[in-house]
Write a protein that binds this ligand. Structure first.
Ligand SMILES: *Cc1c(COP(=O)(O)O)cnc(C)c1O
Length: 329
């Protein structure tokens, strides 16, 4: 990795460093000491409603600008936080944005989708397709843009490339300044770039990933990105990765995630999301119950954002509405 390659130019549009805050009431509620649990507020990254994708986009958009791009093209699920933040980054940089989303038009315009439109992105619906077909739909969109004289840059799924993961190596270094004694960082794993980046400065013994069901082989996905970033082989079996929080699949709400997001909101006034951070907190609670995370050591929960997704998730909204209705009127 050469530091003077054009792709190493970073477009800065976030707010750094993000805060590290204590969560004493939640810590006690889940079996840790009051001073043991801290939250890294990467939900407060500044741009477009915030979240972890901002750090990755600073690098991938930096490369796009260096390549003379006039448009950004990326892919995702209908409630993709990455797609929303790509739309925001494009707005900030004055680039057109086309989001190629899996699914059919018209099902919903809530949550992230509403913000995609607000940021002025164009949405192309790819239908009910697998990852490969979604990628080729994005290629096709890029080809059409080239035909019209535009210069499109393809931003990878979830913003997770070796280049994008550099943003999370930077986050890991921020954490080592804010909390040099940290024992464990707990992080949701989607497309893998966030965990892979953290591994670079922190090492596999200090990063606990919680798989959310977005990819089929999370250990391989993370290890490949981590290997590319560090230049040395990262063996998938050395990673700490919990696979027990997926439930009925990526887009579904698990009971454990709903319980974790309710507990976190009521103990600390912090909003998690049903897909990623709710699962990650549920994974941390399970890790404490099993003795993998223990009191007396500093545990950091990486809050990777996702609040807009909560407002686009029907099952979560139904559960919240039911909780508002008094059971004994
Ligand atoms: C995308 C996302 C993640 C997962 O990050 P990856 O780098 O894709 O693994 C976690 N939390 C939220 C809120 C996200 O949007």
């Amino acid at each position: 990795m050469t530091s003077d390659s054009p792709t190493s130019q970073r477009a800065v549009f976030g707010t750094w460093p993000t805060p590290l805050e204590p969560m004493p009431r939640l810590a006690r509620a889940i079996g840790l000491g009051a001073g043991d649990l801290w939250v890294k507020r990467d939900d407060l990254t500044g741009l477009g409603g915030g979240g972890n994708k901002v750090r990755k986009l600073e690098w991938t958009c930096g490369a796009a600008l260096a390549d003379g791009a006039t448009a950004l093209v990326t892919t995702g699920a209908p409630q993709s936080n990455h797609a929303r933040l790509t739309a925001a980054a494009g707005a900030r940089l004055g680039l057109d944005v086309v989001l190629v989303l899996a699914g059919e038009p018209g099902s919903s315009t809530s949550g992230n989708l509403a913000l995609d439109g607000l940021f002025g992105a164009t949405v192309v619906w790819a239908g009910d397709v697998d990852d490969k077909a979604l990628d080729s739909a994005a290629e096709q969109v890029a080809e059409e843009l080239r035909g019209r004289g535009a210069v499109p840059a393809l931003i990878p799924f979830g913003g997770s490339s070796v280049l994008g993961a550099r943003g999370y190596a930077e986050c890991g270094r921020e954490l080592l300044v804010q909390a040099p004694d940290l024992a464990t960082v707990v992080v949701a794993v989607g497309s893998g770039g966030t965990m892979a980046g953290l591994l670079d400065p922190l090492g596999s013994a200090r990063v606990l990933g919680v798989h959310c069901g977005a990819v089929t082989d999370p250990a391989r996905t993370v290890s490949e990105l981590a290997s590319g970033l560090s230049g040395t082989h990262c063996a998938p079996e050395t990673l700490s990765l919990r696979l027990d929080q997926v439930g009925d699949g990526y887009a579904t709400l698990t009971e454990a995630a709903m319980a974790a997001l309710t507990l976190t909101a009521r103990a600390e006034g912090i909003v998690l999301d049903p897909i990623y951070t709710g699962r990650a907190m549920a994974g941390l609670i399970a890790a404490i119950e099993e003795g993998d995370v223990v009191p007396g050591q500093r545990t950091i929960f990486l809050h990777s954002g996702g609040m807009p997704g909560l407002f686009g998730h029907a099952a979560t909204l139904a559960a919240l509405e039911a909780a508002l209705t008094p059971s004994n009127p």
